[in-house]
Design a binder for this molecule. Structure first.
Ligand SMILES: Cc1cc2nc3c(=O)[nH]c(=O)nc-3n(C[C@H](O)[C@H](O)[C@H](O)COP(=O)(O)OP(=O)(O)OC[C@H]3O[C@@H](n4cnc5c(N)ncnc54)[C@H](O)[C@@H]3O)c2cc1C
Length: 417
């Protein structure tokens, strides 16, 4: 009896799979037909649309899944994936999804913490922007037009190709997509000096639900304001942003220093909270808190014992040279006890690699690699601490982190004044 019940379940599952594939096939045909009707005759619509039955479907889908939590067999899959290579195909894809009545999820870099760009509980298509990633840097007027499917690494690289004294204030992870990152805000290690990425957007191209391409002038200031922080997908498909570059010095300075609880870390974190928003605006200091195991050395190897502690890592970017950083640190944060030997001078683009955890001497070309990290299972959340945490509060935090053990990490940084 049990045997036949499970056979029945398998049969039912098979039937559901077949019927979902069949449904996706007919949606595919309707969509491709609609796309052909709305595209230039030279465009072969079928070459940019992947049905579930296409042997490349899974590969294309997974290419920009950056969180393993959403890379399981039970994660809802799109009926089709559209990968436009020019704006007219994006226009056609929007019109056709609207006409067929299927939700269109827009994906640029795929780094959404909750997979919002490629997961949905109702039937959906994915509009994958990875082919739209051209970057046009104009050093004369210090701007760049960057398409939504470009990564931050590609943007940093193209700026560096043209100038060693320009940069852009955005995230520290080079594979973040411009489409999601810039429409959501964008903070990075030049935050204190230059604010968010969106503070440097001067124009944009967006396609609305009717398939019209709008720029800043034709969309109006309200919509232009909304797509700088409100998340692009609520308003249309962002094609590209025009950003104003910022000046960076020829030489910047970085440091990374680790302290454990036994090294007075609680006092340092407490102190850090009081100075980090007032210290020189050229200095950004991120604090990374992690529970770790340490070996206590009782003389003989046999007597070594492992115990848990919390490690604080101060990671920093200073927009200036090491000599000036020494005087900034001596004046405002002498408790950290840093000397010039603890600092490393480098170019701004090298600091991008340093912050992305590449070894010293790694070629800048690595920024053009769109699939750098191995995907992980994770859940991330941000909170905004408005008043310094008391020493008791910090000790409570350490206790919880040690108790939980493997919690990933917790990072604190400040926006400054
Ligand atoms: C490992 C990691 C590191 C991160 N580091 C930082 C950091 O240093 N600083 C920081 O500020 N943030 C950081 N983030 C958060 C990140 O900026 C956001 O998750 C951002 O939305 C990712 O953009 P994306 O294009 O890569 O993601 P996607 O998943 O492609 O898109 C995110 C959202 O934007 C929408 N969207 C994407 N493209 C478009 C488009 N062209 N038009 C309209 N809507 C669109 C999607 O539909 C989705 O809702 C990090 C995230 C991860 C996972």
């Amino acid at each position: 009896m049990e045997m036949s019940r499970s056979s029945f379940r398998l049969l039912l599952l098979g039937f559901l799979l077949v019927s979902s594939y069949a449904a996706s096939d007919s949606v595919y045909d309707t969509f491709v037909q609609c796309l052909s009707n709305h595209s230039a005759p030279s465009h072969q619509a079928s070459s940019i649309v992947y049905a579930q039955t296409n042997s490349s479907f899974t590969n294309v889908l997974r290419s920009y899944i950056r969180n393993e939590r959403f890379n399981t067999s039970s994660t809802p899959k799109p009926l089709i994936i559209v990968t436009p290579s020019d704006e007219s195909q994006v226009q056609a894809a929007i019109i056709c999804s609207r006409d067929i009545g299927i939700l269109l999820k827009i994906r640029s870099g795929g780094h959404d913490y909750d997979g919002l760009s490629y997961v949905s509980d109702i039937p959906f298509f994915i509009l994958d922007m990875f082919n739209l990633r051209s970057i046009n840097v104009n050093i004369t007027d210090e701007t760049a037009w960057v398409q939504a499917g470009a990564t931050l690494g590609e943007l940093y690289y193209r700026i560096w190709e043209k100038s060693s004294v320009h940069g852009f204030p955005a995230g520290v992870c080079p594979t973040l997509g411009v489409g999601g990152h810039l429409s959501g805000g964008g903070y990075g290690n030049m935050l204190r000096k230059h604010g968010l990425s969106i503070d440097h957007i001067v124009d944009a191209q967006i396609i609305n639900v009717n398939g019209s391409i709008l720029d800043r002038k034709s969309m109006g200031e309200d919509l232009f304001w909304a797509i700088r922080g409100g998340g692009g997908a609520s308003f249309g498909v962002i094609l590209s942003y025009k950003v104003k570059l910022v000046r960076v010095p020829e030489i910047v300075t970085v440091f990374r220093v680790e302290k454990t609880l036994a090294q007075n870390a609680t006092d340092l974190v407490y102190q850090w909270q009081h100075i980090t928003d007032k210290i020189d605006n050229d200095l950004f200091m991120r604090l990374l808190l992690q529970p770790i195991m340490v070996k206590s050395d009782n003389g003989s190897a046999k007597a070594q014992k492992s115990s848990k502690t919390v490690r604080e890592t101060f990671i920093s970017l200073f927009l200036g040279d090491a000599t000036r950083l020494v005087s900034v640190m001596n004046k405002d944060f002498p408790e950290l006890g840093l000397k010039k030997e603890d600092f490393m001078e480098m170019s701004w683009i090298e600091s991008v690699l340093y912050w992305a955890n590449f070894n010293n001497g790694t070629s800048v070309n690595v920024l053009l690699n769109r699939t750098l990290e191995s995907e992980k299972y994770f859940k991330a959340k941000s909170d905004h601490v408005q008043k310094p945490i008391s020493k008791d509060g910090l000790e409570g935090l350490w206790k919880k982190m040690i108790e939980l053990g493997k919690t990933g990490w917790c990072s604190i940084h400040t926006e400054g004044e």
